[in-house]
Design a protein. Structure first.
Length: 345
């Protein structure tokens, strides 16, 4: 039976590079590109088929910033597949990024330049907004939408005889200082992206604790500093012309500047080859690139606690209950309204 691999955010950047590398690794998989924009998803599918004509590739529409879309996508997945072997939780957003130019230029010529580029600490802020579901957009897209998807297709993921893997695209920007259990949606702060990535790390720990005995395992990956549409959106294009030569120079001194999506997908692909039951859930797997351009994976211990991860998990369960109840009530009202209008006619 073919392994089913579903990748969110698969139409560009790291997601698309991962899909290409997965097909090179194993051309017998069924690959599902789960994307918000179906035109871009189809374009990605055509591109992959041009490189791998015999590949089995499907597309799925899902907007992780909309619970209605996520639930509809989950129904579609359950209709198509009997199981999902790999779920790559890769989609993510960083809306309206702002950069502190003073911090940027002072850091550019200091000893902290590598750390600054690698983590964005003290450098990046975002202006978040509220979705139609009444949730913070970055939190819903990067964390909660994926959580709801996992919960909705749980029967397809849990098989004791043949384990499935959840693989999250996290970040070195996932910092404890940006996250708060009291404000896990990051309503009050300005580092919603960093908060959301720390939240995915916490959630991964909790998912392992609750689902390992059912044959479901979760891991997190840092792709390194990769130049994608998300990255390029941080600064004006003219500044990148100035910065890129510096970044290539800095790459001599650090392995975290993977630069290309192909390199950034290294740890994501590495996990595809592993037996998940042998992995340490407290490790984050970093994609690394040497000065000679060789790719490898470096596991690093995460700054996380079991207690915090469990508290966060319970908060997500409660939020799931609340939001799905609101959706059910709204759908019931719409149904009653339609019936009333039909009677009047």
């Amino acid at each position: 039976m073919k392994k089913v691999v579903l990748v969110t955010g698969a139409n560009s950047g790291i997601g698309l590079a991962l899909c290409e590398r997965l097909l090179i690794e194993d051309d017998q998989i069924h690959l599902c590109l789960a994307c918000r924009n179906m035109q871009k998803a189809e374009a990605a599918r055509i591109l992959l088929l041009s490189l791998h004509p015999a590949a089995d590739i499907g597309i799925l529409q899902v907007n992780l910033g909309s619970l209605k879309s996520v639930r509809h996508a989950a129904v579609e997945v359950k209709q198509r597949y009997r199981r999902v072997d790999f779920l790559y939780l890769n989609a993510g957003i960083m809306p309206n990024p702002c950069i502190d130019l003073k911090v940027f230029f002072s850091g550019l010529f200091s000893r902290k330049v590598i750390h600054m580029f690698a983590t964005g600490e003290g450098l990046l802020t975002q202006k978040d907004q509220v979705t139609d579901d009444g949730l913070q957009e970055v939190f819903e897209t990067n964390v909660f939408g994926h959580f709801i998807l996992i919960r909705a297709i749980e029967p397809l993921l849990c098989h004791i005889d043949s384990p499935s893997q959840l693989i999250w695209t996290s970040s070195s920007n996932a910092r404890r200082s940006a996250f708060s259990l009291q404000d896990y949606q990051h309503i009050q702060g300005q580092e919603s992206y960093s908060s959301s990535k720390y939240a995915t790390d916490l959630l991964s720990i909790a998912l392992n604790r609750h689902f390992n005995q059912q044959g479901l395992y979760s891991s997190v990956v840092c792709p390194g500093l990769v130049m994608t549409n998300l990255t390029y959106g941080i600064l004006p294009s003219f500044l990148w012309m100035f910065i890129m030569p510096i970044m290539w120079l800095i790459r001599i001194f650090t392995n975290s500047f993977t630069i290309t999506p192909y390199n950034g997908a290294e740890a994501l692909l590495w996990l595809f080859r592993q037996k998940p039951e042998l992995l340490d859930p407290f490790l984050k797997y970093h994609s690394c690139t040497s000065i000679r351009g060789n790719n490898y994976v470096e596991p690093r211990k995460m700054d996380l606690e079991n207690e915090s991860s469990e508290l966060f998990y319970q908060k997500l369960l409660e939020l799931e209950k609340q939001t799905l109840q609101r959706m059910a009530e709204a759908e019931e009202k719409q149904t009653l309204k339609r019936l009333s209008e039909a009677k009047e006619k």
